[in-house]
Design a protein. Structure first.
Length: 215
């Protein structure tokens, strides 16, 4: 997806069906009444539709569908409800927000476009275009610093970006030798700034303008 796509009504419907079915299964297993929790089944279904619409809206902005290799409505119908049960609170869907959308996407291991407002792990590499250089490749990777030990560690999928033990994730530009050794060059807040420097160091290097983060 390039950002020119709009909500797919079929995907919204499939999200809603998947969430409804998963919640009703949890209701039967727990003995809790969805009707009681949501002041009637109509109230529950309204929240289901709100969540489905929110997730599909979020997905059209952030999911790299071209990298998914699945028919999106069918894929989400099979998996969305179970993912909600795993990482969201189906008994309090009124609180479901965009952070829950990100948690669902990560639970589903969806390919996501990296963006400066979307704190997700990223690691991309490209062959150095400059011959005779000590670096065979350049890499851009999300890292973070431990507040007490000052240790720099990779920020990978499954890590909590808001972990108070660490500073917020940032992007590190590294040069990589033919032997695979990584030499730190600079840190950046935005991918665009990292890309700007690496293209000056290696003109024509094949880094994507909009990289995709995958599991």
């Amino acid at each position: 997806m390039s950002g020119n796509y709009t909500n797919d009504p079929a995907a919204i419907f499939c999200c809603a069906v998947s969430l409804r079915d998963a919640a009703m299964e949890q209701s039967r297993a727990s003995g809790l009444s969805l009707s009681d929790v949501y002041s009637g089944m109509d109230g529950f279904l309204r929240e289901v539709m709100r969540v489905a619409t929110l997730f599909e809206t979020w997905a059209t902005a952030h999911v790299a569908f071209d990298h998914l290799g699945e028919v999106w409505p069918y894929y989400i119908e099979d998996r969305f409800g179970d993912a909600c049960v795993e990482v969201a609170d189906i008994w309090s869907l009124a609180g479901f927000d965009e952070m829950d959308c990100l948690r669902i996407a990560e639970q589903l291991q969806l390919p996501l476009y990296y963006g400066d407002v979307l704190v997700i792990p990223l690691e991309v590499r490209a062959r150095n275009t400059v011959t005779g250089s000590g670096f065979a490749e350049f890499g851009i990777q999300t890292v973070r610093i431990h507040r007490i030990e000052a240790e720099v560690v990779p920020f990978i999928r499954g890590d909590d970006p808001w972990d108070e033990d660490y500073e917020l994730p940032r992007l590190a530009l590294c040069g990589i030798t033919a032997e695979g050794q990584c030499e730190h060059i600079a840190d950046f807040i935005t991918y665009r700034d990292a890309l700007s420097l690496v293209t000056k160091l290696a003109p024509g290097i094949d880094f994507p303008e909009r990289p995709v983060a995958t599991a």
